[in-house]
Design a protein around this ligand. Structure first.
Ligand SMILES: Cc1ncc(COP(=O)(O)O)c(C=O)c1O
Length: 465
């Protein structure tokens, strides 16, 4: 039974959504249970049909329920191992995660994704299908660049959704960003020695290229992304960029600057590494086509990943090498085999081939847009004019810039830890220290809208007592 009281400011559809979700997670509503029809539940609760429909659509989008044509909505089977931590039978107290001896009830880590959204049953089925389909493959190694069928699916998907233009032979399956960069660094070392990175930016490119004895040049950003004039002031001939959603500040590089960057590569005989890590998750406006598609014949390496929309646990990513680098790739890596498990590749290939990837993408966009909108609304509500939001509208995190607050980043994070809120320091993404107001990265991928709101409220109380 659902009880709708008038306490709190939570919208009615959220109350209905939460109560049904909790009943499913606690087992009170077991799998295959038929839910009341939208009309009947609306009558029972004295609310509009739209309110119930909205709640059901959210449960549907997050995979808690499914619909049967002309029959109604039913509770889906959810594997216990993928239930959120608050519903696991472990020694950890409800909703808490442990890290380095500390416990947290709210996790704003920018790389965390929605734990309950992985399509467990479907993945298991496709995995078993892959195991059975060709026993011989259990006794062999995968193609050096990855499963051909998967590369075919990727090629079509990248052309359709990202405007990337490439042939199958240019695609290399990798097990994450560090793997692809670890392949690229020795290839580039043949003709280059200086590597430019965005500052602030992701830490992996800097580590990998430093480990391969490149000298590193940090390049500042402006609101159009990488400051290309400053790039010219370095001696670098290789640059790593995140043009479609700069990590961590979320800037989008306009097309005029993309063309300027490509011109830079032509002028200095350089190479652009384009990391398109979360471009699928854009909530407003049209997706921005990849830089690679503007001039596919230029020296641009395109990198993408399944970590954001599917799961980082799979360790499946890919890169598209320009023809200029393929000969060196074959010379250096011709005898390597891909580091991604062939069974995972076959499973993913079926997932894409049978149309599940596009469906999952649409679902995850809905799930994350809701969380994104919740964090924006919550920040406005609790912080008002005491904070600016940087980099909203895409991805899985925003940056919060505090106004009129004299606490340091360390003090802010420490206060958050004391109220069991986990944050990730933005300063760790800078090579040169920033002199700006305190800025904090807020990932929203792993929390429900209610948890996001409560976490933001707690942060405000801790930072503006
Ligand atoms: C900028 C950036 N690139 C790439 C990735 C994905 O990395 P991987 O494919 O290794 O999981 C992330 C993950 O958070 C990221 O922030």
């Amino acid at each position: 039974m659902i009880i709708l009281n008038s306490k709190g400011r939570q919208p009615l559809h959220d109350k209905i959504y939460n109560q049904i979700k909790n009943k499913i997670l606690s087992g009170e509503l077991p799998p295959a249970t038929k839910l009341l029809s939208i009309k009947n539940l609306a009558i029972e609760l004295s609310v509009s049909r739209n309110t119930v429909e909205y709640a059901y659509q959210q449960l549907f989008a997050e995979g808690y329920i499914h619909s049967k044509p002309r029959s109604g909505y039913y509770v889906s089977l959810i594997d216990p191992e993928f239930l959120p931590s608050s519903h696991c039978q472990t020694g950890t107290s409800p909703g808490q995660i442990l890290e380095e001896g500390k416990s947290y009830s709210f996790d704003f880590h920018p790389a965390s994704i929605s734990p309950e959204s992985f399509p467990v049953n479907l993945w298991r089925k496709l995995y078993v299908d892959s195991l059975k389909e060709n026993p011989k493959q259990l006794a062999s190694y995968s193609n050096q660049q990855g499963d051909t069928a998967l590369r075919y699916e990727l090629q079509r998907y990248l052309a359709r959704s990202r405007g990337v233009s490439c042939s199958l032979e240019q695609i290399v399956l990798c097990s994450g960003l560090q793997d692809s960069l670890s392949i690229l660094a020795p290839i580039l070392k043949e003709n280059h020695s200086q590597f430019a990175i965005e500052d602030p930016g992701h830490f992996i490119p800097k580590s990998v290229f430093r480990n391969h004895s490149f000298s590193i040049s940090p390049v500042p950003l402006n609101s159009d992304g990488l400051a290309i004039d400053s790039l010219y002031n370095t001696k670098s001939t290789v640059v790593y960029v995140t043009p479609s959603h700069q990590f961590p500040l979320g800037y989008i590089m306009p097309v005029a600057n993309r063309l300027k960057l490509i011109d830079w590569a032509k002028n200095v005989g350089g190479v652009i590494i384009e990391d398109d890590y979360d471009s699928e998750l854009r909530y407003y406006g049209k997706p921005i086509p990849a830089l690679q598609g503007l001039h596919p014949e230029e020296n641009i390496v395109y990198i993408g990943t399944f970590s954001k929309v599917l799961s980082p646990v799979l360790r499946v990513s890919y890169m598209v090498l320009p023809y200029q680098l393929l000969t060196i790739y074959n010379k250096l890596f011709g005898h390597y085999s891909t580091s991604v498990s062939l069974l995972d590749q076959r499973t993913l290939s079926k997932f894409m081939e049978q149309g599940y990837w596009e469906r999952h993408l649409r679902k995850m966009r809905t799930v994350y847009k809701k969380k994104h909108d919740a964090i924006i609304q919550s920040i406005h509500q609790h912080f008002g004019s005491q904070a600016n939001i940087i980099g909203q509208g895409a991805g899985l995190h925003v940056v919060l810039e505090l106004v009129g607050n004299s606490l340091t980043e360390g003090e802010l994070i420490h206060r958050a830890q004391e109220i069991e809120v986990r944050l990730h320091p933005l300063s760790s993404t800078y090579l040169h220290k920033s002199s700006k107001n305190p800025q904090i990265m807020l990932g929203f991928g792993s929390m429900s809208s209610n948890e996001i709101d409560r976490g933001i409220e707690l942060l405000y109380q801790a930072w503006y007592p």
